[in-house]
Design a protein. Structure first.
Length: 247
């Protein structure tokens, strides 16, 4: 029997929840969790079904740049674990650094760079193997489903920074040298926390804009919201199809 699936929705990706058959809703505040101050993050949990799969959707998240520490940022992951989540799907909006990954596409995370300077595991010798953060078996299944649907799904390395300012062109050049394909301000701490709890993890970046210095356009959060909303449907198609065949 399939365990419960958890899904975390990033900036502009709230529409991903529209195909979930919702049985109940709980606000972050009802569980004593901090609420988000960022547009595009509703701050609630949706329980229900996606296809035949039991899911809990975390509609929005909180970030380090809102003044929270790593423990608060990952509180939602621990709460979903307490509700029986065994596999966690993280989504985010990210800037693309890869010339072959244009805005409007999706990138499945193969690995990450934690450049936040912190960890939710701080406070003790909480040594967790991070060799395979993002579940390899599920990644292969997602690629197969995407191919069947003629959906372009890139794979790459996500660099997670604190924010809230966007990166400078020099910082983007540094990240490219370090091997990053996309950059954002979330996800890595949640993935670390989930792996420490024994939860399987996969993650997807909606590539909403070129990173600084790669385009003459200035970076704008409104663009992130708009592009994320436009790309949400293809990711929900992928998740629904995968839920139909996942084990």
């Amino acid at each position: 029997m399939q365990g419960m699936l958890g899904i975390v929705l990033g900036s502009g990706l709230g529409p991903l929840a529209e195909r979930v058959v919702v049985s109940r809703t709980e606000a972050f505040s009802e569980q004593g969790l901090p609420g988000s101050t960022v547009k595009g993050h509703a701050g609630r949990f949706l329980f229900g079904k996606l296809g035949q799969r039991d899911v809990v959707v975390m509609q929005g998240r909180v970030h380090l740049y809102e003044g929270h520490d790593a423990k608060a940022v990952t509180a939602g992951v621990r709460w979903m674990h307490s509700q029986g989540v065994e596999h966690l799907i993280l989504t985010n909006a990210a800037g693309t650094l890869h010339p072959g990954f244009p805005p409007g596409c999706w990138m499945m995370l193969s690995d990450h760079l934690n450049l936040t300077g912190t960890s939710p595991l701080e406070g003790g010798p909480n040594f967790v193997d991070m060799t395979e953060v993002y579940d390899l078996e599920a990644r292969a299944a997602f690629l197969d489903v995407a191919s069947q649907r003629s959906m372009t799904l890139h794979q790459g390395v996500y660099a997670g920074l604190r924010g809230p300012q966007y990166e400078t062109p020099a910082e983007i050049r540094m990240l490219r040298t370090m091997g990053a394909d996309a950059v954002g301000m979330s996800t890595v701490l949640e993935a670390i926390q989930a792996r420490a709890l024994g939860i399987r993890v996969n993650a997807f970046s909606c590539l909403t804009n070129w990173a600084a210095g790669l385009s003459p356009e200035k970076l704008d959060h409104a663009e992130v919201i708009e592009t994320g909303a436009a790309a949400a449907a293809s990711m929900m198609d992928l998740l629904e199809a995968w839920c139909g065949g996942a084990s």
